[in-house]
Design a protein around this ligand. Sequence first.
Ligand SMILES: NC(=O)c1ccc[n+]([C@@H]2O[C@H](COP(=O)([O-])OP(=O)(O)OC[C@H]3O[C@@H](n4cnc5c(N)ncnc54)[C@H](O)[C@@H]3O)[C@@H](O)[C@H]2O)c1
Length: 416
Amino acid sequence: MTSAAERSHIADPTLAPEGDLAIEWAKLHSPVVDGFLRDRLSDGALAGRRVAVVVHLEAKTAFLATVLADAGAEVVVAGSNPFSTKDEVAAALVERNVEVHSTQNSGYEAWEKDLLAVADTGPEFIIDDGAELTIRMAEFRPDLFAELKGVTEQTTTGVARLRSLEAAGRLPFPTLAANDAACKHLFDNRYGTGQSTVQAMLNLTNMLMPGKRVAIVGYGWVGRGLATYVRAMGGHALIIEVDPVKALEAFMDGHVVAPYAEALPQADFVITATGGKRAIGPDHFDLLKPGVILANAGHHDLEVDVESLDEQSTSARRVREGIDRFLWNGDKAVFVLANGALVNIAGGLGHPVEIMDLSFAVQGVGCHELARGGYPTGVSVISPDLDAEIAAAKLAAHGITLDTLSSDQLDTVDLD
Ligand SMILES: NC(=O)c1ccc[n+]([C@@H]2O[C@H](COP(=O)([O-])OP(=O)(O)OC[C@H]3O[C@@H](n4cnc5c(N)ncnc54)[C@H](O)[C@@H]3O)[C@@H](O)[C@H]2O)c1
């Protein structure tokens, strides 16, 4: 049997000591993964099982991979986006004997190859993000796809992709929508993405938030979080939505709601959070304010159509690490952060560690549940009881205990 180092494809193994420090920091602030999840995995359900972890490859993901490996799983890891991998973390994982196929800023072609290399290890379970490995196995490795025992999926976009496969009759195994668990989307999509996206934008640009008008496209869980942190930092959120209920929610939350044609000409920053494509595309370029800064928080790199912007601009050049400038109509400058990839991850440190402690507890528990069996074919969600157990473990880690209802606090109906 070859070593993990021989089987892996990473940039530079000598970076391992730096990556190791980052993983240890993640461990320090991940009490639920390090405690609650470890305890659940100690029943041996994952021992000897092949698990692929395809999530943005940075320290928190690496820590999850080590916990799975400690439980006896044969873990193979790749990044879920070509721009978000941290090479030092990949090196540290390989040093810990975990197989990795991923390099930072690899470009799409190399990234696709890495994902197929993971597929070719024949995983039984996938901990996926955006269903990036699952959809590629369905398309390019149908025989290995048919052998999968289960997938647990991190994101809104990935769950939508799994549901499309299910609707097309092409999902022959159980999957868990980790995103739909309360302990995931209520905290990760809202607070995690909200804080880390605003933080990354301000760090990349070295700019001030007070007084800025920030158009947010999409007021789902992510958009709500973004607007909360924009406001907290002194900015003004302008919400662009297509769903009337979500738009009304934004209005009731006290934000300005407006269509593209009104919001874009005033916006100093635009953040996309729709889960769809071309939230900012050729139809919108003329509306953008000169000097606007575009950032994407959604899963698709296509939420901001950087390719069209590039094709239609008269000049494009990098003006600062993580910032590209496109000149439009001769002299209107439009700036794009982190190539249009998820700015909080590709251009920042990603979600706060304590948030990923929850999300990865949901993912790890999901993978363990799938290994124990009993879930139907198609897309399911972990039970509310399990969600509550994870929340209780997180509260306990913060030293918070709860009361329970006494019998005379219960309002029951007495039936004769
Ligand atoms: N950056 C991160 O770390 C991170 C974390 C969690 C989720 N995500 C991703 O963020 C995206 C959004 O996630 P969510 O949980 O908020 O999804 P959601 O489905 O709750 O919300 C998306 C909202 O966008 C609206 N929308 C769609 N297209 C639109 C358009 N063109 N114009 C205006 N509104 C539009 C929808 O009506 C919906 O209300 C997904 O791709 C998800 O995978 C990213």
